[in-house]
Design a protein around this ligand. Sequence first.
Ligand SMILES: CC(C)(COP(=O)(O)OP(=O)(O)OC[C@H]1O[C@@H](n2cnc3c(N)ncnc32)[C@H](O)[C@@H]1OP(=O)(O)O)[C@@H](O)C(=O)NCCC(=O)NCCS
Length: 198
Amino acid sequence: MMEKILPIIRRKGIFEFFFQASFLVWGMFLSKLGVLVLRIRGYQLDPTVSLGGENSFSQSRKNSIFVGRNSELGRRVKLLAGFGGNIKIGQNVRIYENTIIDSHSRITIGDHTLIAPFVYITDYDHKIERGRKPLLQRGYVRENVEIGRNVWIGTKAIILKGVTIGRNSVIGAGAVVTRSVPPGCLAAGVPAKIIRKI
Ligand SMILES: CC(C)(COP(=O)(O)OP(=O)(O)OC[C@H]1O[C@@H](n2cnc3c(N)ncnc32)[C@H](O)[C@@H]1OP(=O)(O)O)[C@@H](O)C(=O)NCCC(=O)NCCS
């Protein structure tokens, strides 16, 4: 144990080592506490889930948000399942900081998927047909979103309603995905197009 720690202390310096170690232990404690409180509140988070801090969760019905074993949600990740939404995140999924998943229908994310920082995933639009009612009172158009296993979504990508992303696919940074992507493809751009098979 000490033979592993000593080189790290030498590299970082003793003060930085203890600062980072205590930060890590405190973060793990807060994460466990956060998961426990969310479970009591009716969110289906596996006890092994880890939270980065400052996360937001909201659901309009109990058990609408599920997060599977060993998945990690980074700092300020938001899972929003209002208005009858459902979010199901599989096992060993990594979602990095500031990503928002916003459901009014159903969003599913497969095991081992990696979602970079600042991604936005939604399964609804506001109805945009012209009418007498203001936009906020016209209701929603909802279509489920399904992201397969072992997918990588690059930073600042936006995934829109009705999209399915097949297993082992990659979405480039900054893409706006308006149509489904088959398994094993690299898609990028605005709107996202398939660049090549992987
Ligand atoms: C998608 C990605 C993985 C592709 O990498 P790559 O295989 O090296 O691709 P290339 O650089 O060979 O690009 C192939 C073509 O796709 C285009 N392209 C690549 N990424 C693109 C993107 N994000 N948006 C638009 N076009 C893109 C390139 O311009 C190139 O086009 P060209 O053939 O006309 O020149 C990479 O560009 C990317 O977006 N990575 C995400 C990084 C990220 O979010 N990191 C966070 C870590 S969790």
